[in-house]
Design a protein around this ligand. Structure first.
Ligand code: NAD
Length: 330
Protein backbone atom coordinates (compact mmCIF):
# COMPACT_ATOMS: atom_id res chain seq x y z
CA UNK A 1 0.00 0.00 0.00
CA UNK A 2 1.26 3.54 -0.70
CA UNK A 3 1.48 5.33 2.64
CA UNK A 4 2.37 8.96 3.30
CA UNK A 5 3.57 9.93 6.77
CA UNK A 6 2.88 13.53 7.71
CA UNK A 7 4.85 15.33 10.38
CA UNK A 8 7.61 12.72 10.22
CA UNK A 9 10.75 13.90 12.01
CA UNK A 10 14.09 12.18 11.29
CA UNK A 11 13.67 9.92 14.35
CA UNK A 12 10.17 8.88 13.21
CA UNK A 13 11.52 7.96 9.77
CA UNK A 14 14.38 5.96 11.27
CA UNK A 15 12.08 3.77 13.38
CA UNK A 16 9.37 3.45 10.69
CA UNK A 17 12.00 2.35 8.16
CA UNK A 18 13.37 -0.23 10.61
CA UNK A 19 9.88 -1.64 11.27
CA UNK A 20 8.93 -1.59 7.57
CA UNK A 21 11.27 -4.47 6.68
CA UNK A 22 8.60 -6.82 8.03
CA UNK A 23 5.94 -5.29 5.74
CA UNK A 24 5.50 -4.51 2.06
CA UNK A 25 4.27 -0.92 2.10
CA UNK A 26 5.74 1.89 0.06
CA UNK A 27 6.45 4.58 2.62
CA UNK A 28 6.95 8.27 1.88
CA UNK A 29 7.53 11.02 4.41
CA UNK A 30 6.78 14.70 4.83
CA UNK A 31 8.19 16.84 7.63
CA UNK A 32 5.15 19.11 7.59
CA UNK A 33 1.97 19.06 9.59
CA UNK A 34 -1.28 17.78 8.24
CA UNK A 35 -4.04 20.37 7.93
CA UNK A 36 -6.64 21.27 5.27
CA UNK A 37 -3.98 23.16 3.28
CA UNK A 38 -1.39 20.34 3.27
CA UNK A 39 -3.86 17.44 2.95
CA UNK A 40 -3.82 17.61 -0.93
CA UNK A 41 -0.24 16.27 -0.76
CA UNK A 42 -1.81 12.87 0.04
CA UNK A 43 -3.04 12.50 -3.57
CA UNK A 44 -2.23 8.99 -4.78
CA UNK A 45 -1.94 7.46 -1.30
CA UNK A 46 -4.46 5.00 0.17
CA UNK A 47 -3.29 5.58 3.71
CA UNK A 48 -1.51 8.20 5.76
CA UNK A 49 0.11 8.28 9.17
CA UNK A 50 -0.17 11.28 11.49
CA UNK A 51 0.82 12.45 14.96
CA UNK A 52 -0.73 14.17 18.01
CA UNK A 53 -0.39 17.72 16.68
CA UNK A 54 -1.76 17.07 13.20
CA UNK A 55 -5.09 18.62 12.31
CA UNK A 56 -7.59 15.85 11.67
CA UNK A 57 -10.64 18.07 11.70
CA UNK A 58 -13.66 17.59 9.42
CA UNK A 59 -12.12 19.94 6.81
CA UNK A 60 -8.91 17.92 6.57
CA UNK A 61 -10.78 14.61 6.48
CA UNK A 62 -12.99 15.86 3.66
CA UNK A 63 -9.92 16.65 1.53
CA UNK A 64 -8.31 13.30 2.34
CA UNK A 65 -11.49 11.40 1.44
CA UNK A 66 -11.79 13.27 -1.87
CA UNK A 67 -8.26 12.03 -2.72
CA UNK A 68 -9.14 8.39 -1.98
CA UNK A 69 -7.40 8.09 1.40
CA UNK A 70 -9.16 5.25 3.25
CA UNK A 71 -7.07 4.73 6.35
CA UNK A 72 -5.30 6.88 8.92
CA UNK A 73 -2.73 5.22 11.16
CA UNK A 74 -2.09 7.49 14.14
CA UNK A 75 1.44 7.23 15.50
CA UNK A 76 0.18 7.97 19.01
CA UNK A 77 -2.25 6.74 21.67
CA UNK A 78 -4.44 9.83 22.11
CA UNK A 79 -7.00 10.53 19.38
CA UNK A 80 -8.66 13.72 20.67
CA UNK A 81 -7.22 15.53 17.61
CA UNK A 82 -9.43 13.47 15.26
CA UNK A 83 -13.04 14.31 14.41
CA UNK A 84 -14.14 10.68 14.50
CA UNK A 85 -17.73 11.41 13.43
CA UNK A 86 -16.42 13.22 10.35
CA UNK A 87 -14.03 10.32 9.65
CA UNK A 88 -16.97 7.87 9.78
CA UNK A 89 -19.00 10.13 7.47
CA UNK A 90 -16.10 10.18 5.00
CA UNK A 91 -15.68 6.39 5.38
CA UNK A 92 -12.10 6.78 6.56
CA UNK A 93 -10.99 4.30 9.20
CA UNK A 94 -8.69 5.47 11.99
CA UNK A 95 -6.40 3.32 14.12
CA UNK A 96 -4.00 4.29 16.90
CA UNK A 97 -1.18 2.81 18.94
CA UNK A 98 -3.01 2.08 22.19
CA UNK A 99 0.10 1.27 24.21
CA UNK A 100 3.75 1.75 23.35
CA UNK A 101 5.52 2.45 26.59
CA UNK A 102 3.62 3.39 29.71
CA UNK A 103 7.04 3.40 31.38
CA UNK A 104 8.25 6.29 29.21
CA UNK A 105 5.45 8.64 30.31
CA UNK A 106 5.32 7.48 33.93
CA UNK A 107 9.09 7.85 34.28
CA UNK A 108 9.02 11.33 32.73
CA UNK A 109 6.31 12.37 35.21
CA UNK A 110 8.65 11.20 37.97
CA UNK A 111 11.53 13.14 36.39
CA UNK A 112 9.43 16.33 36.54
CA UNK A 113 8.55 15.70 40.20
CA UNK A 114 12.17 15.07 41.20
CA UNK A 115 13.52 18.04 39.23
CA UNK A 116 10.88 20.45 40.60
CA UNK A 117 11.25 19.22 44.16
CA UNK A 118 15.05 19.35 44.27
CA UNK A 119 15.34 22.24 41.78
CA UNK A 120 17.81 20.26 39.68
CA UNK A 121 17.21 22.42 36.61
CA UNK A 122 18.13 25.56 38.57
CA UNK A 123 21.05 23.92 40.38
CA UNK A 124 22.53 22.88 37.02
CA UNK A 125 22.63 26.49 35.83
CA UNK A 126 23.97 27.79 39.14
CA UNK A 127 26.84 25.33 39.40
CA UNK A 128 27.88 26.05 35.80
CA UNK A 129 28.20 29.68 36.87
CA UNK A 130 30.19 28.61 39.95
CA UNK A 131 27.35 29.68 42.23
CA UNK A 132 27.31 26.98 44.89
CA UNK A 133 24.78 28.68 47.16
CA UNK A 134 21.91 26.48 48.32
CA UNK A 135 19.47 29.35 48.93
CA UNK A 136 16.18 28.63 47.23
CA UNK A 137 17.00 24.98 46.51
CA UNK A 138 15.25 23.46 49.55
CA UNK A 139 13.21 20.35 48.70
CA UNK A 140 11.20 17.82 50.71
CA UNK A 141 11.35 14.07 51.28
CA UNK A 142 8.98 12.28 48.95
CA UNK A 143 8.82 9.45 51.48
CA UNK A 144 5.54 9.67 53.40
CA UNK A 145 3.97 12.30 51.12
CA UNK A 146 0.51 11.83 49.61
CA UNK A 147 0.31 11.63 45.83
CA UNK A 148 -3.01 11.89 43.98
CA UNK A 149 -3.19 10.08 40.63
CA UNK A 150 -5.99 11.18 38.31
CA UNK A 151 -6.50 8.29 35.89
CA UNK A 152 -5.05 4.89 36.72
CA UNK A 153 -4.91 3.16 33.35
CA UNK A 154 -1.69 1.84 31.83
CA UNK A 155 0.44 4.91 32.64
CA UNK A 156 -1.19 5.71 35.99
CA UNK A 157 -0.61 2.13 37.16
CA UNK A 158 3.13 2.22 36.34
CA UNK A 159 3.39 5.66 37.94
CA UNK A 160 1.72 4.32 41.10
CA UNK A 161 4.29 1.49 41.25
CA UNK A 162 7.19 3.96 40.97
CA UNK A 163 5.78 6.15 43.76
CA UNK A 164 5.14 3.16 45.96
CA UNK A 165 8.88 2.55 45.72
CA UNK A 166 9.45 6.06 47.10
CA UNK A 167 7.24 5.26 50.11
CA UNK A 168 4.37 7.58 49.19
CA UNK A 169 0.72 7.30 50.25
CA UNK A 170 -1.29 6.87 47.05
CA UNK A 171 -4.76 8.23 46.30
CA UNK A 172 -6.55 7.94 42.98
CA UNK A 173 -9.55 9.30 41.14
CA UNK A 174 -10.82 7.20 38.23
CA UNK A 175 -14.39 6.14 37.38
CA UNK A 176 -12.99 2.65 36.65
CA UNK A 177 -10.71 1.59 39.53
CA UNK A 178 -7.78 -0.58 38.45
CA UNK A 179 -7.52 -3.81 40.51
CA UNK A 180 -3.70 -3.83 40.09
CA UNK A 181 -3.57 -0.39 41.71
CA UNK A 182 -5.93 -1.44 44.49
CA UNK A 183 -3.67 -4.44 45.15
CA UNK A 184 -0.77 -1.96 45.47
CA UNK A 185 -2.66 -0.10 48.18
CA UNK A 186 -3.95 2.79 46.07
CA UNK A 187 -7.09 4.23 47.64
CA UNK A 188 -9.84 5.46 45.27
CA UNK A 189 -11.73 8.60 46.23
CA UNK A 190 -13.55 11.60 44.78
CA UNK A 191 -11.55 14.24 42.91
CA UNK A 192 -12.33 16.66 45.73
CA UNK A 193 -10.90 14.33 48.42
CA UNK A 194 -7.83 13.66 46.28
CA UNK A 195 -7.24 17.41 45.83
CA UNK A 196 -7.72 18.17 49.52
CA UNK A 197 -5.31 15.42 50.68
CA UNK A 198 -2.53 15.36 48.10
CA UNK A 199 0.89 17.01 48.27
CA UNK A 200 1.45 16.12 44.61
CA UNK A 201 -1.25 15.62 41.96
CA UNK A 202 -0.44 13.98 38.63
CA UNK A 203 -2.82 13.70 35.67
CA UNK A 204 -3.00 10.46 33.66
CA UNK A 205 -6.49 10.44 32.17
CA UNK A 206 -7.48 11.09 28.55
CA UNK A 207 -8.81 14.40 27.25
CA UNK A 208 -12.55 14.04 26.61
CA UNK A 209 -15.43 16.53 26.80
CA UNK A 210 -15.89 15.41 30.45
CA UNK A 211 -12.24 15.89 31.42
CA UNK A 212 -11.72 19.22 29.59
CA UNK A 213 -10.51 21.72 32.24
CA UNK A 214 -10.89 19.07 34.95
CA UNK A 215 -8.32 21.13 36.81
CA UNK A 216 -9.91 24.58 36.92
CA UNK A 217 -10.77 27.13 39.60
CA UNK A 218 -12.92 24.75 41.66
CA UNK A 219 -10.44 21.85 41.74
CA UNK A 220 -7.59 24.26 42.51
CA UNK A 221 -9.61 25.78 45.39
CA UNK A 222 -9.77 22.28 46.95
CA UNK A 223 -5.99 21.77 46.76
CA UNK A 224 -3.49 22.17 49.59
CA UNK A 225 -1.54 25.40 49.67
CA UNK A 226 1.76 24.77 47.86
CA UNK A 227 0.62 21.63 46.02
CA UNK A 228 2.75 20.28 43.16
CA UNK A 229 0.74 19.73 39.97
CA UNK A 230 2.05 17.53 37.14
CA UNK A 231 0.44 17.14 33.72
CA UNK A 232 1.99 14.77 31.19
CA UNK A 233 -1.38 13.78 29.73
CA UNK A 234 -3.08 16.42 27.57
CA UNK A 235 -2.98 20.22 27.90
CA UNK A 236 -6.75 20.62 27.78
CA UNK A 237 -7.15 18.84 31.14
CA UNK A 238 -5.92 22.02 32.79
CA UNK A 239 -7.42 25.51 32.63
CA UNK A 240 -4.13 27.37 32.18
CA UNK A 241 -5.55 30.76 33.22
CA UNK A 242 -6.77 29.25 36.51
CA UNK A 243 -3.40 27.59 37.08
CA UNK A 244 -1.59 30.90 36.54
CA UNK A 245 -3.81 32.48 39.23
CA UNK A 246 -2.98 29.49 41.47
CA UNK A 247 0.74 30.03 40.89
CA UNK A 248 0.46 33.76 41.62
CA UNK A 249 -1.31 33.14 44.94
CA UNK A 250 1.10 30.37 45.97
CA UNK A 251 -1.71 27.80 46.06
CA UNK A 252 0.20 25.88 43.40
CA UNK A 253 3.75 25.58 44.70
CA UNK A 254 5.21 23.77 41.69
CA UNK A 255 3.94 23.05 38.19
CA UNK A 256 5.39 20.43 35.84
CA UNK A 257 3.98 20.31 32.33
CA UNK A 258 4.83 18.16 29.34
CA UNK A 259 1.67 19.24 27.53
CA UNK A 260 -0.02 22.59 27.05
CA UNK A 261 -3.52 23.52 25.87
CA UNK A 262 -2.24 25.52 22.89
CA UNK A 263 0.88 23.46 22.20
CA UNK A 264 -0.14 22.93 18.54
CA UNK A 265 1.63 26.08 17.33
CA UNK A 266 4.68 25.67 19.57
CA UNK A 267 5.87 22.18 20.33
CA UNK A 268 7.93 19.79 18.19
CA UNK A 269 9.76 22.61 16.40
CA UNK A 270 12.69 24.96 16.98
CA UNK A 271 11.15 28.35 17.81
CA UNK A 272 14.35 29.77 19.31
CA UNK A 273 14.66 32.49 16.66
CA UNK A 274 11.01 33.54 16.84
CA UNK A 275 8.92 35.83 19.03
CA UNK A 276 6.41 33.71 20.95
CA UNK A 277 2.96 35.21 20.38
CA UNK A 278 1.22 33.14 23.06
CA UNK A 279 1.16 35.44 26.11
CA UNK A 280 -0.28 32.76 28.39
CA UNK A 281 2.59 30.40 27.60
CA UNK A 282 5.09 33.23 28.02
CA UNK A 283 3.59 34.07 31.44
CA UNK A 284 3.99 30.43 32.50
CA UNK A 285 7.67 30.62 31.55
CA UNK A 286 8.22 33.51 33.98
CA UNK A 287 7.58 31.45 37.12
CA UNK A 288 10.70 29.93 38.72
CA UNK A 289 8.62 27.02 40.03
CA UNK A 290 7.30 25.96 36.61
CA UNK A 291 9.11 23.31 34.58
CA UNK A 292 7.88 22.72 31.04
CA UNK A 293 9.02 20.08 28.57
CA UNK A 294 7.75 20.03 24.98
CA UNK A 295 5.66 16.83 24.84
CA UNK A 296 8.67 14.55 25.23
CA UNK A 297 7.31 12.18 27.88
CA UNK A 298 6.76 9.43 25.30
CA UNK A 299 10.16 9.96 23.69
CA UNK A 300 12.23 6.85 24.44
CA UNK A 301 13.83 4.42 22.01
CA UNK A 302 11.53 1.64 23.21
CA UNK A 303 8.44 3.76 22.66
CA UNK A 304 9.51 4.79 19.13
CA UNK A 305 10.17 1.13 18.25
CA UNK A 306 6.74 0.09 19.51
CA UNK A 307 4.97 3.02 17.82
CA UNK A 308 6.56 2.14 14.49
CA UNK A 309 5.85 -1.61 14.81
CA UNK A 310 2.17 -1.11 15.73
CA UNK A 311 1.64 1.60 13.08
CA UNK A 312 2.99 -0.70 10.35
CA UNK A 313 0.93 -3.63 11.65
CA UNK A 314 -2.22 -1.47 11.68
CA UNK A 315 -1.55 -0.58 8.02
CA UNK A 316 -0.97 -4.21 7.06
CA UNK A 317 -4.10 -5.39 8.90
CA UNK A 318 -6.17 -2.76 7.14
CA UNK A 319 -4.73 -3.69 3.73
CA UNK A 320 -5.35 -7.41 4.27
CA UNK A 321 -8.67 -7.42 6.15
CA UNK A 322 -10.14 -3.93 5.82
CA UNK A 323 -9.94 -3.42 9.56
CA UNK A 324 -7.56 -3.13 12.51
CA UNK A 325 -7.85 -4.24 16.13
CA UNK A 326 -6.66 -0.77 17.10
CA UNK A 327 -9.41 1.07 15.25
CA UNK A 328 -11.01 4.01 17.09
CA UNK A 329 -14.62 4.94 16.44
CA UNK A 330 -16.87 7.87 17.35
P1 NAD B 1 -5.47 4.44 29.55
O1 NAD B 1 -6.64 4.45 28.63
O2 NAD B 1 -4.78 3.14 29.80
O3 NAD B 1 -5.91 5.03 30.98
C1 NAD B 1 -6.68 6.19 31.11
C2 NAD B 1 -7.40 6.08 32.46
O4 NAD B 1 -8.10 7.31 32.65
C3 NAD B 1 -8.43 4.95 32.51
O5 NAD B 1 -8.23 4.17 33.68
C4 NAD B 1 -9.76 5.68 32.57
O6 NAD B 1 -10.74 4.99 33.32
C5 NAD B 1 -9.34 6.98 33.25
N1 NAD B 1 -10.31 8.04 33.09
C6 NAD B 1 -11.21 8.25 32.09
N2 NAD B 1 -11.95 9.32 32.35
C7 NAD B 1 -11.56 9.79 33.56
C8 NAD B 1 -11.98 10.88 34.36
N3 NAD B 1 -12.98 11.68 34.00
N4 NAD B 1 -11.33 11.08 35.53
C9 NAD B 1 -10.33 10.27 35.92
N5 NAD B 1 -9.90 9.21 35.19
C10 NAD B 1 -10.51 8.99 34.03
O7 NAD B 1 -4.47 5.54 28.99
P2 NAD B 1 -2.90 5.64 29.24
O8 NAD B 1 -2.17 4.83 28.25
O9 NAD B 1 -2.62 5.44 30.69
O10 NAD B 1 -2.65 7.19 28.87
C11 NAD B 1 -3.21 8.23 29.63
C12 NAD B 1 -3.05 9.52 28.86
O11 NAD B 1 -1.67 9.86 28.77
C13 NAD B 1 -3.50 9.45 27.39
O12 NAD B 1 -4.89 9.67 27.26
C14 NAD B 1 -2.71 10.54 26.75
O13 NAD B 1 -3.46 11.72 26.75
C15 NAD B 1 -1.50 10.72 27.68
N6 NAD B 1 -0.23 10.43 27.01
C16 NAD B 1 0.72 11.39 26.99
C17 NAD B 1 1.94 11.15 26.38
C18 NAD B 1 3.05 12.17 26.35
O14 NAD B 1 4.04 11.99 25.63
N7 NAD B 1 2.98 13.25 27.12
C19 NAD B 1 2.15 9.91 25.77
C20 NAD B 1 1.15 8.94 25.83
C21 NAD B 1 -0.04 9.20 26.44
Amino acid sequence: MRVLSFNARPYDREYLEQASVEHTHQLDYLDIRLNPQTAPLAAGYQAITAFVNDDLSADTLKVLASLGVQFIALRCAGFNQVDLSAAAEQQIKVARVPAYSPYAVAEHSMALILALNRHTHRAYQRVREQNFSLDGLLGFDLHGKTVGIVGTGKIGEIFAGILKGFGCRLLAYDPYPNPACEAMGVSYNSLEYLCRESDIISLHCPLTPETHHLIGNEAISWMKHGVMLINTSRGGLVDTAAVIEGLKSGKIGDLGLDVYEEEGGLFFQDMSQQIIQDDVFSRLQTFPNVLITGHQAYFTAEALQNIAATTLQNLTDFEQTGQSVNEVKA
